[in-house]
Design a protein around this ligand. Structure first.
Ligand code: NAD
Ligand code: G6P
Ligand code: MN
Length: 440
């Protein structure tokens, strides 16, 4: 069996150790010859990398491991780039969340003005990764989950049209895992689904078991009462995520024929979200206090002790879809997966050049989207508005246009009007000076 060389871009990410453990668990179906980390913050990456070096030495000494901040070293001789960078890191996520809240608008990593601000930072960072890959390993594929995936995907579609990049998201997988629990199946692979929408903005229209039995009635009954909180809820689920899963109950009520992505709550219940936010302590603070401290603490413990059992790092099991995707390309498995791809007629009554999240069959030449057909007015209207926001952000980045970005924020369903949009924009410009292109 062929063995692959992978570079993880954003080696210093809190998700890197979980991905490494997941790659190790799946090495029989996706064998590695080399694993490299790349990050532009050498000190942050070193902690994660030194701990992973110990883990790899114990579990898979045959895999050649290295880490670097040098793009040429990182991107030379690789088959896959797995990218999860966060341009501006958590302190900028905190700004994205807190600035809109100061103006009474919700603050979120990927939705509304916060997601737009993050998009303006991410576009340049992800394009840079694409260019390194094309320069040093032109046959490689990039599996990108750097957020905000919708804006990043529109930017790469438009600005690097021939790049071998696939943009992906784990939210539908997480929700499908919960659906499987709700209907009493072993895991999400026991279900076959139909889904359409944009990234962090979509609906399931059909969920069947592998014999073709309709699971929607049972799901509908449960979700109408409890949202996506399964009968035996994992006590480790954080309270803020629990709220989001529970709120799916109200989101689902708007269109009980479908099952919603949890992110729709930010667009359909923005006032509720603002009321339930603490402007002094947002999700970024929770992540810095919990996940970041935990992961870096565990890595430091492993480094100090020189053995992996000294630090508790959890395997990111649901991230195995990344291996599914890599294996689909490497071995032409034709697995059916949700990906963010150009619509090109898959949704009949929707723009051909919109980046949509839909089921695709994945093989060695990439994704082949399945037909969705016509979608109803409610979804179509919401999606048209949101796609326009995403396109305006890329326009603004490309043209260095203040007005396009003002239009984008104004058009976001999370923002009440143009004057609030302008006030938020002016604060975001100030906070993002080191990251955004200068706007005129
Ligand atoms: P993190 O801040 O812990 O890690 C990001 C790393 O990227 C940092 O080490 C940082 O130094 C590095 N980085 C920033 N800019 C860079 C650049 N230009 N070049 C190279 N490296 C750079 O963040 P995290 O919470 O672990 O998340 C990482 C990313 O994964 C985020 O974009 C997050 O939104 C995304 N994510 C996406 C999904 C999805 O569904 N698509 C799921 C989980 C996480
Ligand atoms: C889900 C989404 C990601 C997002 C993450 C945020 O996994 O699919 O796109 O980045 O949630 O999680 P966090 O724990 O960082 O708030
Ligand atoms: Mn996502």
């Amino acid at each position: 069996m062929k063995k692959f060389s992978v570079v993880i871009a954003g080696g210093g990410s809190t998700f890197t150790p979980g991905i490494v453990l997941m790659l190790l668990q799946n090495k029989d179906r996706f064998p590695l010859r080399a694993l490299k980390f790349y990050d532009n913050d050498g000190a942050r990456q070193e902690v994660i990398a030194e701990a992973c070096k110990t883990i790899l030495k114990e579990q898979a000494p045959e895999i050649e491991f290295s880490y670097t901040t040098d793009p040429k070293t990182a991107f030379t001789d690789v088959d896959f780039v797995m990218a999860h960078i966060r341009v501006g890191k958590y302190p900028m996520r905190e700004q994205d969340e807190k600035i809109p809240l100061r103006h009474g608008v919700l603050g979120q990593e990927t939705c509304g003005p916060g997601g737009i601000a993050y998009g303006m930072r991410s576009i340049g960072g992800v394009l840079e990764l694409v260019d390194y890959m094309e320069q040093y390993s032109p046959n490689a594929w990039m599996l990108n989950y750097s957020n905000p995936a919708a804006i990043v995907a529109e930017a790469t579609r438009r600005l690097r049209p021939n790049a071998k990049i696939l943009n992906i998201c784990d939210m539908p997988i997480g929700i499908e895992g919960r659906m499987a629990q709700i209907v009493g199946l072993k895991d999400r692979k026991q279900m076959r689904v139909r889904y359409y929408g944009l990234n962090h903005f979509g609906w399931w229209t059909s969920i069947e078991d592998l014999e073709g039995n309709d699971l929607m009635p049972k799901l509908r009954e449960h979700v109408a009462k409890y949202g996506y909180v399964p009968p035996s809820n994992d006590p480790h689920t954080e309270a803020s995520w629990n709220d989001t899963f529970a709120k799916a109950k109200d989101v689902q009520a708007l269109d009980p024929d479908t099952m919603p992505n949890t992110y729709l709550k930010y667009y359909l219940f923005p006032d509720y979200v603002v009321e339930h936010s603490n402007p002094a302590r947002t999700r970024a603070n929770e992540v810095m206090d919990h996940r970041e401290k935990h992961v870096f603490g565990a890595c430091r413990a492993i480094i100090e002790a020189g053995n992996a059992s000294a630090g508790e790092l959890e395997i990111d099991e649901h991230a195995s879809y990344i291996v599914d995707l890599a294996a689909a390309i490497a071995f032409n498995t034709q697995e059916r997966m949700l990906l963010i791809v150009p619509n090109n007629g898959a949704i009949h009554n929707f723009d051909a050049d919109a980046m949509v999240e839909i089921p695709c069959l994945v093989g060695k030449s990439g994704p082949q989207p399945l037909t969705v057909g016509d979608i109803p007015n409610f979804q179509k209207g919401l999606m048209s508005q949101q796609v326009a926001v995403e396109k305006l952000v890329v326009d603004a980045w490309e043209q260095r246009s203040y007005r396009k970005l003002w239009q984008a924020i104004t058009l976001s369903k999370t923002v009440p009007g143009a004057s609030v949009a302008k006030a938020i924009l002016d604060d975001l410009i100030e906070a993002n000076k080191a990251y955004w292109p200068e706007l005129h």
